[in-house]
Design a protein around this ligand. Structure first.
Ligand SMILES: NC(=O)CC(=O)C(=O)O
Length: 303
């Protein structure tokens, strides 16, 4: 991230997306230790969401495997090889094509070139893989007596922000911990994103205070839609997810949400609202890039 100055020149292009209004389905899934069962279960949930009118379906972070460093290497798939090497993404591609919907496939552990990643795949209505986002900011957190998780024990961080043009708009992708970094969301907004999607699995320590707050902050700062999707809570698992998958509008308002049980949440998105909000409250034009800008702290620290 070099400078913020260029962000103020961003414009919102709605030309690329039709329709302006559509339904999004957030599939808050129960996840088990049985991968085949998880895949069949996700398939059913996506079909249910589509039957309720969803043209875009979002899945949770790590929906085909338990969320643990022990499980990631065991459940990881070679997404680039496809077919039998990646039954989870084969199912997503198949359904996107059959149902003619866009699928943001949550995330699964990916094996590639000797590394493991936490990876989100986006499939278009033709079933083709449109984008692959590897979690950029690994979840390394140590709050003594509360929660310790070190994704970097097994996973490698992704190196690229992912913004993708789909039939339901321009979408910026982040995975869970990525939502804590406003610069990533601002980068997507500067590149014309209408919607940010974060598959995520916040926990019982940070979830209550931070999960909704961060979504509403990213949406309000950037005046766009934010959607999140979590696994359902399983108090018997090693990592207990907060749940509460949510859709937030460009005014920072919660449009659709749920508690922690398994659920399919259907929310309405209307991109015409984006222009209206930005006209009424033109923060992008008012930004004083002449007075402040993001600097490359790593470069500064290395001197
Ligand atoms: N699980 C995550 O990646 C992030 C999280 O739980 C948090 O930031 O809190």
């Amino acid at each position: 991230m070099k400078a913020l100055a260029s962000l103020s020149s961003s414009t919102l292009s709605l030309r690329c997306c039709s329709p302006f209004q559509f339904k999004i389905g957030l599939c808050q899934l129960s996840v088990t230790a049985d991968k085949e069962k998880n895949i069949a279960h996700a398939r059913q949930a996506i079909q249910d969401a589509a039957s309720k009118g969803a043209q875009l379906v979002l899945l949770p972070e790590i929906w085909n495997s338990p969320y643990s460093n022990d499980s990631f290497p065991v459940y990881a798939e070679d997404i680039d090889a496809g077919g039998d090497a990646s039954p989870s993404t084969a199912m997503l591609s198949d359904l996107a094509r059959l149902l003619k919907i866009t699928i943001i496939g949550g995330s699964i552990p990916e094996r590639s070139g000797g590394n493991l990643y936490n990876t989100c795949c986006v499939f278009g209505t033709d079933g083709k893989l449109k984008a692959k986002h590897r979690k950029i900011h690994l979840f390394d957190m140590d709050i003594p007596g509360k929660i310790t998780f070190m994704e970097s024990k097994t996973l490698t961080a992704g190196e690229t922000p992912t913004i993708v043009d789909t039939e339901v708009g321009r979408i910026g992708i982040g995975i869970c911990y990525d939502i804590r970094f406003p610069e990533l969301a601002m980068t997507y907004a500067a590149r014309g994103a209408h919607l940010l999607c974060y598959p995520g699995a916040f926990n019982m320590t940070t979830g209550p205070l931070h999960w909704e707050l961060l979504q509403r902050a990213r949406a309000t700062d950037n005046q766009l839609y934010v959607a999140t999707c979590s696994p359902a809570r399983d108090t018997g698992s090693g990592y207990v997810a907060w749940g509460h998958s949510t859709l937030v509008g460009p005014w920072g308002e919660v449009l659709a949400t749920t508690e922690h049980e398994e659920a399919i949440i259907i929310g309405e998105i209307d991109y015409s609202i984006l222009e209206q909000r930005r006209t009424h409250l033109p923060v992008t034009k008012q930004r004083r890039g002449d007075l402040y800008q993001l600097v490359d702290f790593q470069r500064l620290n290395s001197h």
